[in-house]
Design a protein around this ligand. Sequence first.
Ligand code: F6P
Length: 324
Amino acid sequence: MKKIAVFTSGGDAPGMNACIRAVVRTSIFYGLEIYGISYGFDGMIKGGFKRMQSNSVSNIVQRGGTILKSARSEEFMTKEGRQKAYDQLKEHEIEGVVAIGGDGTFTGAKVFFEEFGIPIIGCPGTIDNDIYGTDYTIGFDTAVNTALEAIDKIRDTAAAHDRIFFVEVMGRDSGYIAVECGIGGGAEFVFVPETETDLKKVVKSLKSLRKSKSSSLIVVAEGDEEGTAEYIMEKVKGKLNDADKEFKVTTLGHIQRGGNPTARDRVLASRCGMAAVDGLIAGKSNCMAGVVNGDVIYTPFEDCIGKTKPLKEDHLKLIEILSI
Ligand code: F6P
């Protein structure tokens, strides 16, 4: 193997740059030529390749976003699009690819490998932490810390006005961000897509909590089955029927995707990036490099996208117990 390429795809995540840096520098360390592809699969189709040197990735380990840009490609979902992408790789004599992204990226990468046999290894880059085969995904820790910083501020104003606040966090179909924010932010309740939350129980608890607490915080994962934080707030408000209580909603949104990556994310990203290149050199493919129980492991894309990573039971219990 002489030439490999790296790209970022899907929603960006803090730590993607640290991962690109690790891929580029590990490749150079082993004497490989390394190319960056701009705008993910779209860039691959359009030939957005540029040769990268060690200094191409200087001063980026601490930066959010992705210097390679990111996109979700409609064209790559078609056979013709993938054929164009493969032709571009052939033209540039690329023999292996590192794909940094989430489940959408790995779904595309798996199909691409199965159709054209191009060696491809993934690194888990998404704030959602919804990828099987790694305890944490790159960007998750930063997103949780960003959300927590906002939640701490919301707590101050909630307490000052004796209000009940519903805070909506990201995570697509996963409740990981919500659960960690719930524990770290001292929430009374957390609504997550993985479990059904009994609204009656929430209302009952809020009523009894009124005696001991003047304000409350409820974290809602954006993918919760019940609905948005606004919708849940209206429902709870209606059932609580307490004219003295004020209810507010804050949707944190894309601030959770930006910012400097935490130390945890930089280290995870660097380890996965190096492992992806190591894996390609060792002849691995169609899999993701992740970290489980402190060790780097390679998990087939099929499992990464096909198996669910359940929330920890004790985390949900923790929120319930600590909210009394
Ligand atoms: O997958 C990362 C994520 O931030 C999800 O948490 C969220 O649902 C989605 O991407 C938002 O996507 P977009 O940036 O395209 O609005």
